[in-house]
Each structure stands twice: as structure tokens, then as C-alpha cells.
Design a protein around this ligand. Structure first.
Ligand SMILES: *[C@@H]1O[C@H](CO)[C@@H](O)[C@H](O)[C@H]1NC(C)=O
Ligand SMILES: *[C@@H]1O[C@H](CO)[C@@H](O)[C@H](O)[C@H]1NC(C)=O
Ligand SMILES: *[C@@H]1O[C@H](CO)[C@@H](O)[C@H](O)[C@H]1NC(C)=O
Ligand SMILES: *[C@@H]1O[C@H](CO)[C@@H](O)[C@H](O)[C@H]1NC(C)=O
Ligand SMILES: *[C@@H]1O[C@H](CO)[C@@H](O)[C@H](O)[C@H]1NC(C)=O
Ligand SMILES: *[C@@H]1O[C@H](CO)[C@@H](O)[C@H](O)[C@H]1NC(C)=O
Ligand SMILES: *[C@@H]1O[C@H](CO)[C@@H](O)[C@H](O)[C@H]1NC(C)=O
Ligand SMILES: *[C@@H]1O[C@H](CO)[C@@H](O)[C@H](O)[C@H]1NC(C)=O
Ligand SMILES: *[C@@H]1O[C@H](CO)[C@@H](O)[C@H](O)[C@H]1NC(C)=O
Ligand SMILES: *[C@@H]1O[C@H](CO)[C@@H](O)[C@H](O)[C@H]1NC(C)=O
Ligand SMILES: *[C@@H]1O[C@H](CO)[C@@H](O)[C@H](O)[C@H]1NC(C)=O
Ligand SMILES: *[C@@H]1O[C@H](CO)[C@@H](O)[C@H](O)[C@H]1NC(C)=O
Length: 772
């Protein structure tokens, strides 16, 4: 509500015309305004008409049109404008969409009146339009746990249409990081640990966002990112060392190679240094690997403040200007500069350096192509009427609820769930009455603009008299009375039929009221993979009472679930929630919805047991196989005795309220050299449910480089009623079974094993081997 009061005040300063009007572009006679030409032809026609300063200005932009409370600072705008007006972003993610649009339209219209090149609006768009007023979906990790690409397509289409209604035609998504390290704070923004799954989901994102409208314009350009992120492979004697070209091509680059088939408009370069060269000035990686070897043809942009980092953080440039020159010469074409100074404006005095001039011309040509492709020169400005009609439409809200229902993962259930009658509930823990939406969500955790907390959802269904809520402890800081809080929680549990304990790791925007409690999200890492603060003590005390307990996990990360935690009768992970996640959770607890989410990140077995992910290399398993002989730990890993790949809650794992049998699996080589893998899935339980059939493979012996012990190659989610069977068959092109050696792709003849089943765990898979 407070947004609307402020909106009313601010709007008084704006002429009514900015609330949305149809505006034809001024110069209809120029060649570049000829809509029968291609975007490339139009860009080539316009480029010679731009001055040097205009070109430099196109390579940056204004990232914060409005600061908090929708305030527009004309002085600031005017000071940045001359050398930074290629891209426009709205600024604070808590300003209401309806309030922001008139300001955005004001500067868009000014630009169309006064300049040859219009603005294009660029925004982060992880699970929404990035402004309140739109539909807030669960975050990317949660959507990946649905394993349902059709559903994901509907989600992305809704986010896309809400963006277009706001005049946003370029997003800084999707993220193609392979989330193999649970210590990374941005896992919640990503699609999990498997390269194939990431590739399929991200390809769906790009295809859906960049769909053409009826006039042939690309609806929303995408930015695949971040190219490329590095990671280590923790502490095992003979384990692989990552970082070389074979690692990049067979792991980190694979999702990019897949998604490039959908022609993403742009790519964002990562903050990482690879072999000690920061990516923002890594010519070999940008021009060699990305452009020449991988054939990427779109625009290359920096990450926020990343070019400054060359000077201020990595100390590989001696000034902002030096940083700008190194970046532009390496192939950087657009600077994201939410903070000032930006570096590219320093190029304004480099008009006589031909090596820079060539790079700048190409950069501006790339940007103009995106602006032509998305209709920025031709299409009318968005209107408030259409914005209102599009945001939070009934269809979008339906899709959102469905996405929440399919993405919650049931990790453990000793029969306590479902519970059609929950009875008297003790609702405990610091996540029971807040929303954990992710740091890129346009919402606050304590007062979500839309949607409910678990407390809100439970009270709506059961009545507030049946729900006794006790926070118990804080997430992070010790408020000093945690012993009293834990005692209060224990007392509530003892009086209840069931205790629901909601714990986890908080990821929110930096203007959130609970910002001091943050432990997850961008700029965070997790040196400890348990629950932050005193949440474990709270849980242990509740479990000690013996009251039936359901544990609900929150956060864009995997947790170590120790033996004490495993005493919980049921455990569910909601990751980063959308506005309906709590409603869907209550439906699942009561059995109105049968959970069908499956993990896309493995839950670690122990704090230091790296690597965690399922597709480790054979040599990473030293000491892992046959670790226990006759109950005695013989591993050369010390206590606890673990098996590499032995995580109970591994990639692909997730329970439901029914059981499935996956049988008669076979693999054959069909005509044309394709492999067909088939099986029959039967619902052997007593309620309708959904199973995700997963196919993994491995070449028995590879040449020259090590390959993962197994890797996902296909999946399909099926819904079956009790007793119902379905044959599921997958066709796999032989050419998909290869790998890269020194950037060259090869497919070997030989024996291949295919596994079919319900998770990546050995006990959930059957195998067949065939010769190709
Ligand atoms: C339109 O652009 C063309 C090509 O630059 C120019 O010759 C012409 O004067 C412009 N017309 C108007 C009305 O600005
Ligand atoms: C926004 O406005 C509210 C109410 O006037 C004020 O309390 C708050 O500090 C403002 N926030 C910022 C970041 O300026
Ligand atoms: C507006 O921006 C200018 C220039 O950055 C700054 O000096 C001034 O304090 C800002 N005004 C407000 C009200 O924030
Ligand atoms: C743009 O030009 C039109 C026509 O000259 C004028 O009515 C309008 O006020 C201008 N808009 C802005 C924001 O300058
Ligand atoms: C460009 O050169 C002019 C003249 O020497 C100088 O005043 C200006 O500060 C320089 N601009 C930048 C961004 O370096
Ligand atoms: C570029 O070179 C010309 C001719 O030598 C000179 O007049 C001009 O000042 C130079 N511009 C810059 C930005 O150095
Ligand atoms: C759009 O919605 C906002 C907020 O709900 C409302 O204040 C405004 O009047 C609506 N405008 C139009 C043109 O429908
Ligand atoms: C946890 O329990 C299992 C058996 O249930 C046992 O083998 C293991 O040693 C226990 N781990 C720890 C750290 O106590
Ligand atoms: C996947 O999502 C779509 C769209 O919501 C839905 O129609 C379909 O039933 C889902 N697939 C399964 C197997 O449930
Ligand atoms: C081989 O598999 C690919 C990918 O699944 C499929 O598109 C193609 O039609 C198949 N070819 C044959 C001959 O079955
Ligand atoms: C493939 O497996 C068959 C059957 O086990 C075996 O005879 C053959 O030698 C294997 N081929 C290779 C290349 O390993
Ligand atoms: C294949 O399955 C058989 C029977 O369960 C098992 O003995 C064998 O170890 C499996 N092979 C592989 C490579 O997983």
C-alpha cells in the first residue's frame, strides 16, 4: 500500500502523456527506418550517422532510473546521460511497476524525440519482472526441481509477457552456471548441478523469451551468463584438477554450447579469473574460445562493475581508463555500471586509436541489432492500461501455483504424510512466518507484497486457533533470549498434534527488513553447510520431545542433514519460494497434492565431502568405493566413512505419496545410429502421482580424457493413476554421446552403459550395455 501513496505524490510531477501513449518514431524516411530490411542491414545503415561520443554512450547506460521510493534525480540523470545512454534499467527492485512505467516512458519518449537511437530497457529477471506488481514465481532452482519443461515454458512466457507490458525487451538471464559447489551463494538463481538439465531448461528459457511477435520482433532478448565460472574439486588425493580446456568444454561450457543453438542475443562475462586472467579482459576466452571456437555471434557484456574490478580488485589495470581499454580490446561490448564511475566513458578520448575504434564500431553494431530486433525503433511505448491487464493475470497466477506444487521436494517421509487432518499445529522456527524469495526477487521477506508465509497459509486453512506459532530463534544473530525461545517452542510442540519446524538460509534484497539475517544469495557463500545460527539447537530440542515433526527447509542451497536432523518424521525442501509456495506446501502436507519435485542439487553427505555432485570423475572416488568392509571403515578418508556417490539425497531424488516401478528397460541401436532406451513405468501405489524417468549413460572406456561416472542424457515426467502403466521411450542421437578433447568434439565406437530409473542413485537404476 505504501507504494501507491508515494506513487500518487510522484505522479503529480509527470504530464499525463507519460502514462502511456502511442508514439510513432520521428524520422520515417531514413534507410534504417525501413522495416523491410533486416536488423543487421538497418544497424549497418545507421552506424555511420553516429558520432564517436554517441557510440561510446551506447556502450553503457543508466542502471538506476529511480532510487528507492521511486524518486527520480534529474541532476544525476543529466550528469550520466551524455556518455551513458545505451541501456536503461529501472533501479530499486521494490518500486511498484505501475509507478515506474511513467518515468520510464518519460525518458523513452525524450530519447525518441531527441536522439537517433532509442533506449532499450534491460533488467534482471530471475523469477519475475523484478518489480512488485507482477507475478512472483519460485526461483530458478525451484523451477528446475519440477523437471517439467512444459510447465517451465508457461512460467517463462508469463514472465516474458509481463516484461513486455512494462517495455522491458532485454533480460539478464538465464544463468548457465553448473552449480556443483553447495558453498556458492547463487545456487538458488541457477538450474542445479547437471549440464544436460541446465542446457534443456535454459534453452527453453531462451526460446520462449526470444519468441517473435506477430510483426516479427523478438519479444525479449536474453543474456546467457556467466561465461565462464571456475571451481575447485575439494581435497581428494588423486582427484582431478579442474580448469583446463577439457574441463571447460566438457563441463562449464556444455550448457552454453546447447543454448547457443537457440541464438541468445547476448552473453554476460563472469567475474572469475581463469588461469589468472580476469574474464573481463580475457581475449583468449572471449575472442578465441567464445567467438572463434564456439561461434557465438551476439553481444558480449560485462557483469556489474566487473570492468572497474580490473583496476580496483584484481589490480591488473592502473586506472579506470586502462581498465576500459583492456576490456574493449578483449572484446567487451557493453558495460553494466550500476555504480559510478563507469569505465567505458573514458573511451571518449580514444577516437584516434584504430584498434579501439574497430572494437567500438562492432560493439555498437551489435547493440543496434538488438534494438532493431526487439522493435525499439518501431513499436509504440507501453501503456498503463495494458500493463494492468497483463500483470498478475489469472492465467499467470494459475501457472505460478502449479509451478509451486510441482517444485517442492519431499526428501523423507516415515508415513507421517500426508495428513488430511493436521490437527493442532505447533509452527516453529525463523522461516515459519517469512518468505524466502531470493535476492533477485521484488519482495520483502516479512511483508510480501503478494503471497503468504507458511503461517499465513496454515492459518487460512486451519484457522488461527489451531496454529501456535513460535519463532524460537533468529536465523543468524543471537538475540540473547534463544534459550527462552527454544523452551517456548518445545512447550508449544508438547501441546500439539504435530510440530512443523521451518528452517534454512535467507536470501533477500538488501533493502529487506531482515537484511541482517541474510546468509544466502549473491555475495554470500556457505563455509558451513548446516543451518545458520541456533536453528539446529531449536530443531534438536523439538525432536527430543518425540512429537511427530515435519521439517521444512528453505533457501537456495543444499544442506548437510545430520543424524539428529534425520530423526524428523518428514523433511521437505522448498528452496526459494514464490508467492504460492506456502499454499502449495499446505496442500502437500494434507495430501491434496502429491509431491513430485526431484532434487537438482545433491544434498552433501558431510561438511567436507567434496565433490558433492553425482557426476564425479572416476578418479574422484578414491577411497570411496568399498569403503566399508564387514561394517568396518577401511576408507582412507577418515571418519565419517563415506562412499563417493553414496548420498541418500542425491541429484534426481525425491519422494511422493505413491510408489512406482520402472521395469523392462532395454536399449537398442536403431536405424540411423540412434540409441533407443525404453522402459515401462507403473504406479504401484494407491494414489495418482508423478514420476520423473531419468536416463543416464557412460562410455565404458574413453580415449585421452576421463569422463563422468555417469551423466544424465534424457528425462521425462509422467503422471499415472494407481495401477496404470506407461511405456516411455527415449531416442538419443549417437552424436550426443561424445565429448571434447582440446575443443574438438568426438564420438567413439565402443561399449556404452545406459541406466534408467527414478534418480541418480545406484539403487534406483537398472542398466543395459550396448556396443556402438
Ligand atoms: C531523416 O533522416 C535522413 C537520413 O539521415 C535525413 O536526411 C533527413 O533529413 C531526416 N529527416 C528528418 C525529418 O529528420
Ligand atoms: C522511503 O520512504 C519511507 C517513508 O517516507 C522512509 O521511511 C524510507 O526511509 C525511505 N527509503 C529510502 C531508502 O529512502
Ligand atoms: C541527485 O544526484 C546528485 C548528483 O549525483 C547528488 O549530488 C544529489 O545529492 C542527488 N539528490 C538527491 C535528492 O538524492
Ligand atoms: C516529444 O515530442 C512531442 C512532439 O513534438 C512533444 O509533444 C512531447 O512533449 C515530446 N516529449 C518529450 C518527453 O520531450
Ligand atoms: C578527455 O579529454 C579532455 C581534454 O583533454 C579532458 O578534459 C577529459 O577529461 C577527458 N575525458 C575523459 C573521460 O578522460
Ligand atoms: C585525434 O587526432 C586529431 C588529428 O591529429 C586531433 O586533432 C584530435 O585532437 C585527436 N583527438 C583525440 C580525442 O585525441
Ligand atoms: C493501473 O493500476 C494502478 C494500480 O492498481 C491504478 O492506480 C491505475 O489507475 C491503473 N491505471 C490504468 C490506466 O488502468
Ligand atoms: C549416523 O547414523 C548412521 C547409521 O544410522 C551411522 O552409521 C553413522 O555413523 C552416524 N553418523 C554419525 C556422524 O554419527
Ligand atoms: C507439466 O506441466 C504441464 C503444464 O502445467 C502440465 O500440463 C503437465 O501435466 C505436467 N506434466 C506432468 C507429467 O504432470
Ligand atoms: C535421432 O535422435 C534425434 C534426437 O533425439 C531425433 O531428432 C532424430 O529424429 C532421430 N533420428 C532417427 C533416425 O531416429
Ligand atoms: C564390449 O563388450 C563386449 C561384451 O562384453 C566385449 O566382448 C567387447 O570386447 C567390448 N568392447 C570393447 C571395445 O570394450
Ligand atoms: C548393472 O546392473 C547389474 C545388476 O544389477 C549390476 O551388478 C552391475 O554392477 C551394474 N553395472 C553398472 C555399470 O552399473
Amino acid at each position: 500500500m505504501r507504494f501507491f501513496l508515494l506513487a500518487a505524490l510522484c505522479l503529480q510531477h509527470l504530464p499525463a502523456v507519460f502514462a502511456g501513449v502511442l508514439l510513432p518514431r520521428q524520422n520515417g524516411t531514413a534507410t534504417w527506418m525501413d522495416t523491410s530490411l533486416s536488423a543487421q542491414q538497418r544497424a549497418d545503415a545507421l552506424l555511420p550517422h553516429l558520432t564517436w561520443d554517441e557510440k561510446v554512450a551506447q556502450m553503457g547506460g543508466i542502471r538506476q532510473l529511480l532510487s528507492a521510493n521511486s524518486t527520480f534525480n534529474q541532476t544525476l540523470y543529466d550528469s550520466l546521460y551524455p556518455l551513458q545512454h545505451g541501456i536503461l534499467s529501472y533501479g530499486s527492485q521494490l518500486n511498484q511497476a505501475q509507478t515506474v512505467l511513467p518515468y520510464a516512458n518519460m525518458v523513452r519518449e525524450q530519447q525518441r524525440n531527441n536522439s537517433l537511437v532509442p533506449w532499450i530497457t534491460v533488467t534482471d529477471s530471475v523469477n519475475s519482472i523484478y518489480l512488485p506488481g507482477g507475478t512472483m514465481f519460485p526461483a530458478t532452482l525451484s523451477l528446475s526441481t519440477s523437471w517439467n519443461l512444459t510447465l517451465y515454458e508457461q512460467v517463462v512466457a508469463a514472465i516474458r509477457d509481463e516484461n513486455v507490458a512494462l517495455g522491458t525487451h532485454w533480460v539478464l538471464s538465464p544463468e548457465l552456471e553448473v552449480s556443483k559447489d553447495p558453498r556458492y551463494g547463487r545456487v538458488g538463481e541457477q538450474y542445479g548441478e547437471d549440464v544436460y538439465l541446465i542446457g534443456e531448461f535454459a534453452a527453453q528459457y531462451v526460446k520462449t523469451m526470444q519468441e517473435r511477435d506477430e510483426d516479427g520482433y523478438m519479444k525479449v532478448a536474453t543474456t546467457v551468463k556467466h561465461f565462464l565460472y571456475g571451481q575447485g574439486s575439494g581435497g581428494v588425493n588423486t582427484a582431478s584438477m579442474d580448469g583446463g580446456v577439457n574441463h571447460l568444454y566438457n563441463d562449464l561450457a556444455l550448457p552454453f554450447i546447447r543454448v547457443f543453438k537457440e541464438d541468445p542475443a547476448s552473453i554476460m562475462i563472469s567475474y572469475a579469473s581463469i588461469d589468472r586472467i580476469p574474464m573481463s579482459m580475457n581475449k583468449a576466452m572471449i575472442q578465441g574460445m567464445l567467438r572463434n571456437e564456439m561461434g557465438f555471434q551476439g553481444l558480449v557484456m560485462s557483469d556489474a562493475v566487473a570492468i572497474n574490478h580490473l583496476y580496483t580488485q584484481s589490480l591488473v589495470a592502473s586506472s579506470y581508463k586502462d581498465a576500459a581499454i583492456k576490456a574493449v580490446k578483449a572484446g567487451m561490448q557493453l558495460e553494466l555500471a550500476p555504480q559510478q564511475p563507469a569505465c567505458f566513458p573514458y573511451l571518449v578520448n580514444s577516437s584516434n586509436d584504430t584498434s579501439i575504434v574497430e572494437m567500438v564500431d562492432e560493439a555498437v553494431r551489435q547493440l543496434l541489432i538488438i534494438k532493431f530486433e526487439t522493435g525499439m525503433f518501431d513499436q509504440p511505448l507501453p501503456t498503463l492500461e495494458n500493463l494492468n491487464a497483463t500483470l498478475r493475470s489469472a492465467g499467470h497466477l494459475d501457472t505460478n501455483l502449479q509451478a509451486s506444487r510441482e517444485s517442492i521436494v519431499l526428501l523423507q517421509n516415515n508415513g507421517i504424510l500426508p495428513r488430511p487432518k493436521l490437527g493442532k499445529v505447533a509452527l516453529l522456527g525463523p522461516f515459519a512466518d517469512i518468505l524466502d524469495p531470493g535476492s533477485y526477487a521484488p519482495s520483502t521477506s516479512a511483508n510480501p507484497e503478494n503471497g503468504r508465509t507458511l503461517r499465513g497459509s496454515l492459518e487460512a486453512v486451519l484457522g488461527s486457533e489451531s496454529v501456535q506459532y513460535v519463532q524460537g530463534v533468529n536465523i543468524r544473530t543471537d538475540s540473547g533470549n534463544s534459550i527462552a525461545g527454544i523452551q517456548q517452542a518445545v512447550a508449544a510442540a508438547k501441546e500439539a498434534d504435530v510440530a512443523i519446524v521451518s528452517l534454512g538460509s535467507l536470501s533477500v534484497y538488501f533493502l529487506d527488513g531482515n537484511v541482517a539475517q541474510r546468509t544466502d544469495g549473491e555475495f554470500f557463500s556457505h563455509p558451513d553447510l548446516g543451518f545458520p545460527g541456533q536453528q539446529q539447537q531449536l530443531l534438536d530440542a523439538v525432536l527430543d520431545t518425540g512429537v511427530p515433526t515435519v521439517l521444512v527447509l528453505n533457501g537456495g542451497q543444499a544442506f548437510v542433514l545430520n543424524n539428529s536432523t534425520m530423526r524428523a518424521n518428514a523433511i521437505l525442501h522448498t528452496f526459494l519460494g514464490g508467492e504460492f509456495t506456502a499454499d502449495a506446501l499446505v496442500e502437500i502436507l494434507q495430501g491434496q497434492v502429491n509431491p513430485s519435485g526431484k532434487l537438482t542439487v545433491t544434498m552433501p553427505q558431510a561438511e567436507g565431502a567434496f565433490p558433492v555432485y553425482y557426476d564425479f570423475l572416476p578418479s574422484d572416488a578414491e577411497g570411496g568405493y568399498a569403503a566399508t568392509v564387514a561394517g568396518v571403515c577401511t576408507s582412507d578418508w577418515s571418519f565419517p566413512c563415506l562412499t563417493r556417490g553414496g548420498a541418500t539425497m542425491a541429484f534426481g531424488f525425491g519422494l511422493g505419496y505413491t510408489t512406482f516401478d520402472i521395469a523392462s528397460s532395454k536399449a537398442v541401436v536403431a536405424g540411423g545410429g540412434n540409441v533407443t532406451v525404453s522402459c515401462t513405468v507403473t504406479n504401484t501405489g494407491s494414489v495418482t502421482g508423478k514420476e520423473v524417468v531419468q536416463v543416464y549413460y557412460r562410455q565404458q572406456y574413453s580415449n585421452l580424457i576421463e569422463l563422468p561416472n555417469k551423466r544424465l542424457v534424457r528425462f521425462q515426467k509422467v503422471e499415472l493413476s494407481p495401477g496404470q502403466s506407461q511405456d516411455v521411450s527415449f531416442s538419443i542421437d549417437r552424436n550426443e554421446l561424445g565429448y571434447y578433447v582440446n575443443a574438438q568434439y568426438q564420438v567413439d565406437s565402443g561399449n556404452y552403459t545406459f541406466w534408467v530409473g527414478s534418480s541418480s542413485r545406484a539403487q534406483d537404476l537398472m542398466n543395459v550395455t550396448l556396443t556402438l
